[in-house]
Design a protein around this ligand. Structure first.
Ligand code: CP
Ligand code: NVA
Length: 330
């Protein structure tokens, strides 16, 4: 499999076999790291990490992954891009200096423009409508914990079913032939183009995609229950109140976990999470009488929760993406 010089903007651009290859490579790179083997796939490579939004996992994953493989990373959070300099010109400048570019920010169009003009591989570290490196990490985590192939997995995403993380997971799931359920209120409309695309891909892969507001039916037999915060980065703070009203029935509770009928159901979350009131955002909203917790603390900390494995796996899967698209002999 040769993915050299490919961009990684969305899993829509990748086949089932290519996603399989990236997951296998990530399993291998993780095992190598645990065995103390030093990688050199990115020796002499410089990568630029552009962040318009905040990050803990994604930024650290790209930095550690690059350094682990002998490369070097520059973190760029206050560039001229989009303010004093066009995205096209910025892409051309960075492409002269760097071998690869990661972008996290507000618009998918920006990561696409960087890919169009930079002349080097560009990786999507989250936009308004996608989070493909998160999806890879989540699939790796499922494979580590559940003893069955991805195509046999019933995956339920509950809550804000039209956000970037959910769409990214949907794209990956339909490519891999999984059974994906979007669980949320009827008033939250998934982009019809996204849904049509996923239904078409599911037909090809033997997967299924379902949208429902019925909690009991959705979670029955689920292998995975996944959620994310209810107001994403870049969305207005004033949305917390209406979202809490709309999404509270879809909060992950122990009662919901019990309804799957399985002891092995994984609880998953991309993080960061408002599972308690230990953050300023959750605390401030709590003081205003708004409970923004999308999952019960009890579930978040339970034995079924694999959230920190997902976080670790961001690094191994991002490493696989960089090694595959940029590295030597992967
Ligand atoms: N899951 C994720 O992308 O985390 P960060 O926002 O911390 O990068
Ligand atoms: N949906 C969240 C994901 C954070 C990793 C956001 O965009 O803020």
């Amino acid at each position: 499999m040769n993915l050299k010089n490919r961009h990684f903007l969305t899993l829509k651009d990748y086949s089932k076999e290519e996603i399989r290859y990236l997951l296998d490579l990530a399993h291998q790179l993780k095992a190598d790291k645990k065995a103390g083997k030093i990688g050199q796939h990115l020796l002499g490579k410089n990568v630029c990490l552009i962040f318009e939004k905040t990050s803990t996992r994604t930024r650290c994953s790209f930095e550690v992954a690059a350094l682990d493989e002998g490369g070097h990373a520059t973190f760029l959070s206050n560039s001229q891009m989009g303010k004093k300099e066009s995205i096209e010109d910025t892409a051309k400048v960075l492409g002269r200096m760097y071998d690869g570019i990661e972008f996290r920010g507000f618009k998918q169009e920006t990561v696409e423009a960087l890919a169009k003009y930079s002349g080097v591989p560009v990786w999507n570290g989250l936009t308004d409508v996608d989070h493909p490196t998160q999806t890879l990490a989540d699939f790796l985590t499922i494979e580590e914990h559940l003893d069955k192939p991805l195509e046999d997995i019933k995956f339920v995403f509950t809550g804000d079913i039209r956000n970037n993380v959910c769409y990214g997971l949907m794209y990956g799931a339909v490519k891999m032939g999984m059974h994906f359920v979007c669980l949320g209120p009827k008033s939250l409309h998934i982009d019809p183009e996204v849904l049509a695309y996923c239904k078409e891909e599911a037909k090809k892969s033997g997967g299924t995609i379902e949208v429902t507001d019925n909690v009991d039916e959705a979670v029955k037999d689920a292998d995975v229950i996944y959620t994310d915060i209810w107001v994403s980065m870049g969305e207005d703070e004033s949305l917390y109140k209406p979202r809490v009203e709309m999404l509270s029935p879809y909060k992950v509770t122990q009662e919901m976990m019990n309804k799957t009928g399985k002891d092995s159901t994984l609880f998953m979350h991309c993080l960061p999470s408002f599972h308690d009131f230990e953050t300023t955002v959750a605390k401030t909203k709590h003081d205003e009488g708004i409970d923004i917790r999308e999952v019960e603390d009890e579930v978040f900390r339970s034995k079924n929760s694999v959230v920190f494995d997902e976080a670790e796996n961001r690094m191994h899967t991002i490493k696989a993406v960089m090694v595959a698209t940029l590295g030597k002999d992967a």
